[in-house]
Design a protein around this ligand. Structure first.
Ligand code: SF4
Length: 172
């Protein structure tokens, strides 16, 4: 168990606002867990029955655990994004969450945002991201909202709220 907030390195809170870069919903293959209630809510939101939702938007691992599906990453139409993409593609295959969309300016949108799973709601305050300030700086390399928070820009989340979100995060 991670230490209680009063003694943790983030006792004074952490600054974070989502900047819609989309990096937490995109990149190397990953896993997004959801509960049965979350499945029902997501399926209703997109007008499907749960079994149809699973067939179209989810996948099952070798242990039988469900995750939201991914698709090969859509091309970034901004010039900066295209340059970043060429570098990333050279290193590793890239994927988007099945529900990630981007506008013309490259800003990310979650198309099921009101009913997104808990794992998405608790980002970036996942247990593995809160092990110390060094790890938090690593998270900032991929998450613009965390990076700007370290620079002092963004909403301050107090330690109790961070711990609450950390403890709600489902195990991978
Ligand atoms: S990586 Fe961070 S800033 Fe980018 S979309 Fe995800 S939460 Fe928002």
């Amino acid at each position: 168990m991670t230490p209680p907030s009063a003694k943790s390195w983030y006792a004074a809170g952490l600054r974070f606002d989502c900047r819609r870069c989309g990096n937490c919903c995109s990149g190397p293959t990953g896993v997004v867990r959801f509960t049965t209630d979350e499945l029902k809510a997501m399926a209703a939101h997109v007008g499907l029955l749960p079994f149809e939702f699973l067939r179209r938007h989810a996948r099952q691992d070798e242990r039988g655990h469900w995750s939201l599906a991914e698709r090969p990453r859509a091309p970034d139409r901004t010039s900066a994004g295209a340059a970043d993409e060429r570098e990333e593609e050279a290193e590793e295959e890239q994927f988007d969450c099945t529900f990630l969309a981007r506008d013309e300016a490259g800003r990310a949108t979650c198309t099921i945002h009101p009913v997104r799973p808990t794992q998405c709601r608790t980002w970036p305050f996942w247990p593995e991201n809160l092990t110390g300030p060094e790890r938090w700086r690593e998270v900032a390399e991929g998450c613009r909202g965390v990076a700007e928070g370290i620079e002092g820009d963004g909403t301050r989340h107090d330690a109790d709220e961070i711990d609450r979100r950390r403890d709600l995060t489902p195990p991978a």
